[in-house]
Design a protein around this ligand. Structure first.
Ligand SMILES: [Zn+2]
Length: 197
């Protein structure tokens, strides 16, 4: 599962979902310490902040464009993530507050993963094929999702972010180092291009 998606799909899908007035949040790029920290559970006193944050997280995710975004990726150490696979260009937004994995299958599955915090970097990641996740939705209602395929990988990837884990932690050190080196080179190049241009 790539956290980023083809912009054409976003174009077909986004207009109905995004209010132009909603400002995007800045997505942190690895290696950033915040991406490695354990996020804390959302508490009752966070309600107002979370209510304001959710539309901005969706806007940031759709504009990236991506199919998942966790609060630590926008610099907030809260156990909160948004997901929308945009399958068949149909909106299916999921808000997960304090998500918990309650079951994982023994059976494994491989998906190519990418991450908005590691732009343009991809690798095959092996994870449990099925996952059962419990969380609170936007209205505070208890929800449970059993997922397979892309959604399963995506939910596991986003929940990993809440524990400071990135998809590259699931691959060999050799491949991880290669990706991190390439990413820092890309980022340096972007900064240089921005200075010149
Ligand atoms: Zn990610």
């Amino acid at each position: 599962m790539r956290e980023d998606i083809d912009p054409g799909r976003r174009e077909r899908y986004m207009p109905s979902m995004i209010d132009d007035k909603i400002k995007s949040l800045n997505i942190l790029i690895a290696p950033d310490k915040v991406l490695r920290a354990h996020a804390r559970p959302v508490a009752a006193h966070d309600n107002q902040a979370v209510r304001e944050l959710i539309p901005r997280m969706f806007a940031t995710m759709y504009r990236a464009p991506g199919i998942g975004l966790a609060a630590p990726q926008v610099g907030l150490g809260l156990r909160l993530a948004v997901v929308d696979l945009m399958t068949n260009d149909k909106p299916a937004p999921i808000v997960m507050i304090n998500p918990e994995i309650v079951a994982l299958s023994k059976e494994l599955a491989t998906h190519e993963e990418g991450c908005l915090s590691l732009p343009d970097q991809y690798a095959d990641v092996i994870r449990p094929a099925l996952v059962k996740v419990r969380f609170l939705d936007q209205s505070g209602a208890r929800k449970e999702i059993e997922a397979d395929g892309l959604l399963s990988a995506c939910l596991q990837h986003e929940i990993d972010h809440l524990d400071g884990v990135l998809f590259v932690d699931h691959i060999s050190a050799l491949k991880r180092n290669m990706i991190m080196r390439r990413l820092s080179k890309d980022m340096r190049q972007k900064r240089e291009d921005a200075l010149v241009g």
